[in-house]
Write a protein that binds this ligand. Structure first.
Ligand SMILES: Cc1cc2nc3c(=O)[nH]c(=O)nc-3n(C[C@H](O)[C@H](O)[C@H](O)COP(=O)(O)OP(=O)(O)OC[C@H]3O[C@@H](n4cnc5c(N)ncnc54)[C@H](O)[C@@H]3O)c2cc1C
Length: 460
């Protein structure tokens, strides 16, 4: 079946417009839709949900992601994100500030914002962009099977859709990953679960000691650690500062083990138990919100291949990571933005070998970066140097380039680690990689390679 269309001007072949199907309309899928429409292709998204349920949570995007949104004309004013000025670690019992990291100057230094969105606002903005660019979204369209070699996706209705290229962006529970990677790498539980909710800031500040914590302070993280239990409550504002996003990390309780999606309810009593040794001002915060949710944290080590035949995996589908450094969504946007450059229809040919070369090039560009991000996200400030050495060894399988200086870069908000992520400009990197589109091989020593290079590629 010929799906692609050769673009000609005055009889001269200019490139090829292809039909692309995207599975999942999360950050990765919607971002890919914007990027591939901008690259000149026909795009249809298949999303299983109907988006009637609000995801009551926030998300921080750092400059490496916000510069992509800016390029695409994202409506920041409408999305109402909150710019971050600082991180504070506070003793949850005494309210004493233990550590402070200043984010002042991040925007000037990295050229874009570090700001938190209500997830619904970010999602709505991305969806509007995708639709404005002309992507077609099918809601309530669950994909139940895929045939990577043929580029076929099967919908629950029984309908089969064949595309020139399919993008799998169905998130960390993707049941098709092994068909693409040929690797059985299951998600793992880390023994922690999270109680989460959004609190109205106005009500939080009604407690006089809570008011002291936030009044007169710049926006950003205010993280409470509770020394006795080791539980942590991460908080930060979103939606113009009207809501406080809260997440209590605690040891998974037996009945929480299987709650791995975002929609399981829990009770205020449960949350208060996790905060039992905390100051009243901290315990007051969950009481200001109506609904509490719980989910159990999972992660997965990197895959060594990300495409097969006519199917490419992006976002959490292939690089599900811990939220320690706020890079999962940022990486999903980087994946998407790379598609815009590497699959620019004016440079694509209808020859199947061209698709394979580009997918190989895409792998070489993205996998070393996303795998490194995944591995770094599984580090935390309490790691010993011995464990850091192990992490570095893992990273070196994928990536040979500059890494952060240990131990200075151990903290997730430390300057070296900020430099590593926030200075990355995927568009510049992808444009550089495009110089090698005819061979599909980045040259020896190209900055992001590691030993996995030899096993990259997704041809059958
Ligand atoms: C507690 C927590 C905090 C986080 N904080 C941050 C942060 O501050 N910054 C950051 O950058 N990242 C953060 N992340 C990570 C970030 O949320 C994810 O990396 C990001 O949402 C992944 O987007 P995605 O589009 O790949 O997947 P998803 O958001 O999971 O989207 C997948 C989509 O596919 C759909 N779908 C699934 N299966 C099918 C199917 N069979 N057929 C059709 N559709 C399907 C789903 O309904 C969904 O809409 C955090 C994660 C957690 C858990």
């Amino acid at each position: 079946m010929a799906l692609s269309e050769t673009l000609t001007t005055n009889g001269t072949t200019k490139g090829t417009k292809t039909n692309i199907g995207i599975v999942g309309a999360g950050i990765a899928g919607l971002g890919a839709a914007v990027a591939l429409r901008r690259a000149g292709h026909d795009v249809e998204i298949y999303e299983k949900s109907s988006f009637k349920r609000e995801i009551g949570a926030a998300i921080l995007l750092t400059p490496n992601a916000n510069r992509i949104l800016r390029r695409w004309g994202f409506n920041f004013d409408k999305a109402r994100p909150v710019d971050f000025e600082q991180f504070r670690l506070v003793n949850g019992t005494s309210l004493e500030v233990i550590e402070r990291v200043d984010f002042g100057g991040v925007e000037e230094h990295f050229g874009d914002r570090m700001c938190a969105y209500h997830r619904v606002d970010l999602h709505t903005g991305l969806r509007e962009l995708a639709e404005k660019e002309g992507a077609v979204t099918h809601l309530g369209a669950e994909v139940i099977d895929v045939s990577p070699e043929e580029g076929i996706i099967t919908l629950q209705s029984g309908r089969k859709v064949q595309k020139d290229l399919c993008i799998l962006a169905d998130g960390c529970h993707c049941p098709f990953l092994e068909k693409i990677t040929d690797e059985d790498i299951p998600t793992r539980k880390i023994g922690k679960s999270v109680y989460r909710w959004l609190a109205p800031m106005e009500k939080v500040l009604e407690h006089p000691d809570a008011a002291k914590l936030w009044n007169g302070e710049g926006a950003g993280f205010c993280t409470f650690s509770e020394p006795k239990s080791g539980n942590m409550m991460v908080t930060y504002p979103c939606r113009s500062g009207t809501l406080l996003n809260c997440a209590v990390f605690h040891d998974t309780r037996p009945d929480e083990i299987h709650k791995v999606d975002w929609n399981a309810n829990t009770t205020h009593e449960r949350v208060l138990e996790a905060l039992q040794n905390c100051h009243d001002a901290v315990k007051h915060i969950p009481m200001t919100a109506e609904q509490m949710k719980v989910y159990t944290v999972t992660q997965r080590p990197p895959s060594t291949r990300i495409w097969r035949g006519k199917m490419l995996c992006i976002g959490d589908t292939v690089h599900h990571m811990l939220p320690t450094h706020a890079q999962g969504g940022c990486s999903a946007l980087e994946d998407a933005a790379a598609l815009e450059v590497l699959f620019d229809s004016s440079t694509v040919s209808s020859c199947p070998a061209d698709l394979a070369r580009r997918l190989d090039l895409y792998t070489q560009l993205r996998l070393p970066r996303s795998a490194t991000t995944q591995i770094l996200s599984s580090t935390n400030p309490w790691l010993t140097m011995e464990q850091v050495a192990k992490k570095t060894e893992e990273i070196r399988r994928f990536y040979d380039g500059h890494l952060v200086d240990w131990p200075k870069g151990l903290g997730p908000w430390s300057a070296p680690i900020r430099d590593f992520w926030y200075s990355y400009d995927i568009i510049e990197e992808a444009e550089e990689a495009m110089k090698y589109k005819d061979s599909g091989k980045l040259p020896e020593g190209w900055k992001w390679f590691g030993e996995v290079r030899e096993r990259m590629g997704g041809g059958s």
